[in-house]
Design a protein around this ligand. Structure first.
Ligand SMILES: [Zn+2]
Length: 333
């Protein structure tokens, strides 16, 4: 799994905020208790002094160390007992002023011995889903809402009805999303406008992202635009496009919507090749959707691009008539 720097920073900020809230609550409790039981403050300073003393003694070593340690321990236990008693007398829980942690495992630091804690990974996941939702309307798109009845079940010339084709495509996409892993294939969604390509890619994006993978969804036009800004405006406030390009290249799953709607230039051809090829080399997965037929793909793109797509992507066909027109006919919209 690749961490996205921007999303990781937000996840860490979430954990930091929890820690600050908990620490200020602990400080508030301590202040309250000291005001109410002034003797407690003396006990706490005495305990702190003992601890510091023990630390110094154990570092310097020398004769009589073990006696000094055991005497310090006895004193500390007596003080702790006295402290607990004072708390009980005031009707407060003994651990009232102890550290408060949402995650006791890492004490709200997000890391255990330098490794990300489960709480940080959970925060990362939720930030990643939020990031994706801002690019896509993820509210309404889920596999269970995909309606096969909107596809005609009359058989065409080749013997398959649009509904049976779409049923196979749907099953493939669903399995792909729920079983997404580093060995999953790349996909090419092919078919006319309004046949559910964007809907099913959004469903995949949502499920894969909820599994904790980094997913980026964007239109081909917008992706290539970021490459262009990064190339031609370097050092000119173009940080945002540079970080977008990094995300397009490095995310676990990139969904490149509407290939073929961009202006084709020498630059877009080379950027597209870089994108597709870099992701193939690094093992990142890509789902491309396009209205272009195989012949149109050949006519529009260089052989290098087309051969990568044809050789390394699984083709999924989208068939039928524009769903929006059918919904209108049926009075659904
Ligand atoms: Zn934790």
């Amino acid at each position: 799994m690749t961490f996205d720097g921007k999303i990781l920073a937000r996840a860490r900020a979430q954990i930091d905020e929890r820690r600050h809230i908990n620490e200020s609550e602990r400080a508030r409790r301590e202040k309250y208790v000291y005001e109410r039981i002034p003797k407690l403050r003396e006990i706490d300073s005495e305990l702190a002094r003992l601890m510091a003393d023990v630390a110094v003694k154990s570092l310097s070593g020398g004769i009589g160390l073990s006696e000094a340690m055991s005497s310090a321990r006895t004193k500390a236990e007596a003080l702790a007992e006295k402290r607990a008693e004072l708390m009980r007398q005031s009707g407060l829980p003994e651990d009232y002023t102890d550290g408060i942690y949402d995650c006791p495992l890492c004490r709200d630091t997000g890391y255990i011995l330098g490794k990300p804690c489960s709480c940080l990974l959970a925060a990362y996941k939720s930030e990643a889903v939020r990031e994706l939702s801002s690019m896509l309307d993820l509210g309404g798109q889920c596999f269970d809402r995909f309606d096969l009845s909107l596809y005609d079940d009359k058989r065409g010339k080749n013997g398959d009805s649009p509904r049976s084709i779409m049923s196979a495509t749907y099953d493939f996409c669903r399995k792909y999303a729920f079983e997404f892993k580093s060995s999953s294939p790349n996909l090419l969604f092919r078919g006319g406008t309004g046949l559910g390509k964007t809907f099913l890619s959004a469903c995949i994006a949502k499920v894969v992202s909820e599994k904790g993978f980094s997913v980026v969804y964007d239109s081909t036009v917008s992706v290539l635009e970021a490459f262009e800004i990064q190339k031609f405006c370097r050092g000119d406030g173009s940080d945002d496009s540079a970080s977008r390009v990094r995300r397009y290249l490095n995310c676990d799953l990139l969904i490149l919507d509407d290939l073929g709607t961009e202006m084709t230039t020498g630059f877009t051809q080379s950027a597209l090749y870089t994108l597709i090829n870099t992701r193939l080399m690094s093992g990142g997965k890509t789902v491309i959707s396009t209205n272009l037929t195989g012949d149109e793909l050949h006519a529009r793109y260089t052989d290098a691009i087309v051969s990568r797509i044809e050789g390394e992507y699984v083709l999924l066909c989208f068939a039928g008539r524009d769903i929006r027109a059918i919904k209108r006919e049926r009075g659904l919209i």
